[in-house]
Design a protein around this ligand. Structure first.
Ligand code: GLU
Length: 304
C-alpha cells in the first residue's frame, strides 16, 4: 500500500491552524508550545517508515509514558499486578478521585493517573533506581540513547501537582501505596516529562504491534499474553473518558497524552504516532484523533 501517499493526502486535507481545541494550560510549561504543530510517523512491520510535518520534533509525551511504566511493572510482577489495579474503563476524567472512595483505593485501570501512580509505587518497591531503568527501557525500545526527561516540565508539574498528591495520599489511606508520597510523585512527574518525537514513539510502540518483540533486534521484551493484555487496556482505557469514541472513530489500541501526542498500534501491521497540541474537551488531541481516523479509513487497516 502507498502509505506515504495516503499520509500526504491526509495532511493536505486537514489544516492544523484551523483545527479547534486548546493547548493544555494546567501545566504551565505545556502552555508555551505552539498549537499549530503537527507531526505523524507510521512504522510498518515490514520496517517501512512514513512521516509528515513536525515528526522529528521532541514534545512532552505526558500520559503516553504510562504504557511504558505499565510494561515495566508487568515484566516485574506479571499476574500479581492486577491485585493493585483494576482493568476497567473509568468513564471519569483522568485525574478523578471519586471512584477511589467507593472502590477502596483500587484504581479503575493503570492508564488513569491513580493507576499510573500505583504503578510508580510498584516500580519503586521493585527497583533500586526506577527513573534510570525507565530511561534505559525506552531507549532500548527506540534503539537510541537520545531519550531524556525534561526537568523543566517535571518541575512545572510538581509545582501544580496538588491533585496527584491527593490521589497518592488517598490511596495510601487504603494501603495501596507503600512508598513515600514524595518519591511516588517524583517518579510519576518524571515519567510524564519524557520528551520524544513521533518517530521515536512509533519505534517504541512497535513492540505492541509485534507481539512484544523489538523489530530491529529480535529481543523479546513482553510475552505474547502480556502484550495482548497491554493492548486490551490501551483499547479500553487509553483515551480518558473517550475510549469508546476513539474505538468508534479510529479503531486502534493506543494512548494519548495532554502534550497532544497519541501513539497507537495495529497488531501485526504497524505502529503510528501523531502530535498536535490542541486538545478537545476530553483532553485528547483533536486533530490527532481526526488524522488517525482518516488513516484507518483510507488504508482500511484498523482492528475492527
Ligand atoms: N502529567 C499529567 C497529569 O498528571 C498527565 C496527564 C495526561 O497526559 O493525561 O496531570
Amino acid at each position: 500500500m502507498e502509505y506515504q501517499k495516503i499520509i500526504d493526502e491526509i495532511a493536505r486535507e486537514i489544516k492544523p491552524e484551523k483545527f479547534p481545541g486548546e493547548v493544555a494550560e494546567y501545566i504551565p510549561e505545556l502552555a508555551k508550545v505552539s498549537g499549530d504543530k503537527f507531526g505523524i510517523h507510521m512504522h510498518c512491520i515490514d520496517k517501512g517508515h512514513y512521516c509528515h510535518g513536525d515528526s522529528n520534533e521532541k514534545f512532552s509525551i505526558q500520559s503516553i509514558a504510562k504504557v511504558f511504566t505499565l510494561s515495566m511493572a508487568v515484566r516485574q510482577m506479571d499476574e500479581d499486578l492486577w491485585e493493585r489495579t483494576d482493568v476497567e474503563p473509568s468513564g471519569d476524567p483522568f485525574n478523578s478521585l471519586t471512584q477511589l472512595e467507593y472502590e477502596s483505593g483500587i484504581p479503575r485501570n493503570p492508564l488513569i493517573n491513580a493507576g499510573a501512580l500505583v504503578i510508580c509505587d510498584v516500580l519503586l518497591s521493585q527497583m533500586k533506581n526506577p527513573r534510570a531503568e525507565l530511561l534505559q527501557f525506552v531507549r532500548k525500545l527506540v534503539g537510541s540513547d537520545d531519550i531524556h526527561f525534561d526537568e523543566t516540565v517535571a518541575k512545572s508539574e510538581a509545582k501544580h501537582g496538588a491533585r496527584n498528591a491527593a490521589l497518592v495520599s488517598f490511596m495510601k489511606s487504603f494501603d495501596n501505596i507503600h512508598n513515600k508520597t514524595e518519591d511516588v510523585l517524583d517518579l510519576y512527574f518524571h515519567t510524564c516529562s519524557l520528551s520524544m518525537t513521533c518517530k521515536e514513539l512509533a519505534q517504541a510502540f512497535m513492540i505492541y504491534a509485534n507481539r512484544g518483540v523489538i523489530l530491529e533486534t529480535g529481543e523479546q521484551i513482553l510475552s505474547g499474553i502480556q502484550t495482548k493484555r497491554i493492548n486490551a487496556i490501551m483499547q479500553t482505557c487509553g483515551f480518558y473518558d473517550e475510549a469508546g469514541e476513539f474505538a468508534f472513530r479510529v479503531g486502534l489500541p493506543g494512548k494519548s497524552g495532554v502534550g497532544g501526542g497519541i501513539a497507537a498500534v495495529h497488531p501485526g501491521y504497524y505502529s503510528v504516532a501523531v502530535w498536535s497540541p490542541k486538545l478537545n474537551p476530553k483532553s485528547n488531541s483533536a486533530l490527532g484523533m481526526r488524522v488517525l481516523e482518516l488513516l484507518t479509513t483510507k488504508t482500511g487497516l484498523s482492528v475492527f
